[in-house]
Ligand binder design. Structure first.
Ligand SMILES: Cc1cc2nc3c(=O)[nH]c(=O)nc-3n(C[C@H](O)[C@H](O)[C@H](O)COP(=O)(O)O)c2cc1C
Length: 209
């Protein structure tokens, strides 16, 4: 496998999506990729955060573990895997703000041909994981990325997840991702790294400037 770089850019308020992100990172690293794990930052007022018990503490702890994602990270990457908790069936504004910050790279065509993939966590079973994942395919298409679904291309996919990306159901953050959820996330990281490797070998991905 040739050397490839995988950026995992995620938002997580209370750690559920973070657990999926770490498993995605394990899978990409297993495939031989160099991995950067990055957490998108909040931009709401601290008073708003203080109204949700534990939000500030959890954000501070995760921010100490992960830098914020930058445009340089996206330029460095051969693949970008985006993760978010669902927000009313859609992507979190924190992760979307990072995606929106990539306009400078988009206008230069610098993300064209890179592999892109998505994962998500919801509170309840029909709470919007799939709609969130599919909604995130839209900006990936605009950015010119080659969307990599999880599909049913491995046995782990018949036990958990969705064909669009890894998921978990947290029951209002009471439940961590199951071992089956984490297997899907690892598979996703591995698969995206392998696809990015093939894209790079085929000349689809520009070298980072
Ligand atoms: C503003 C807001 C909107 C949410 N919308 C949904 C929703 O539509 N469906 C759902 O199942 N969970 C919803 N949730 C719950 C989170 O998506 C869920 O608990 C997730 O597992 C949290 O992941 P995290 O620990 O990575 O932040 C919402 C939470 C917040 C704060």
């Amino acid at each position: 496998m040739i050397n490839i770089n995988v950026l995992i850019a995620f938002y997580s308020r209370s750690g559920v999506t973070e657990a999926l992100a770490k498993a995605v990172a394990e899978g990409a690293a297993k495939a031989g990729a160099e991995v950067r794990l990055r957490r998108a930052r909040e931009f709401v007022d601290p008073e708003v955060m203080a109204q949700a018990p534990g939000w500030q503490e959890s954000a501070a702890a995760m921010n100490a573990r992960y830098p914020a994602p930058t445009a340089e990270d996206a330029a460095w990457a051969d693949a970008i895997i985006f993760g978010t908790p669902t927000r009313f069936g859609n992507v979190s504004s924190e992760l979307k703000a990072y995606i929106d910050s990539l306009g400078g790279l988009w206008v230069q065509g610098r993300l064209n041909g890179k592999a892109g993939s998505v994962f998500c966590s919801s509170s309840v079973q029909h709470g919007g994981n799939e709609s969130t994942l599919l909604s995130m395919y839209v900006p990936l298409a605009h950015l010119g990325m080659i969307i990599v679904p999880t599909g049913y291309a491995d046995g782990v996919m018949f036990k958990a997840g969705t064909p669009y990306g890894a998921t978990s159901i947290s029951l209002n953050q009471a439940k961590s991702p199951s071992s089956e959820d984490l297997d899907v996330a690892r598979w996703q990281g591995q698969r995206v790294a392998m696809v990015a490797s093939a894209l790079k070998a085929g000349g689809m991905i520009q070298a980072a400037a």
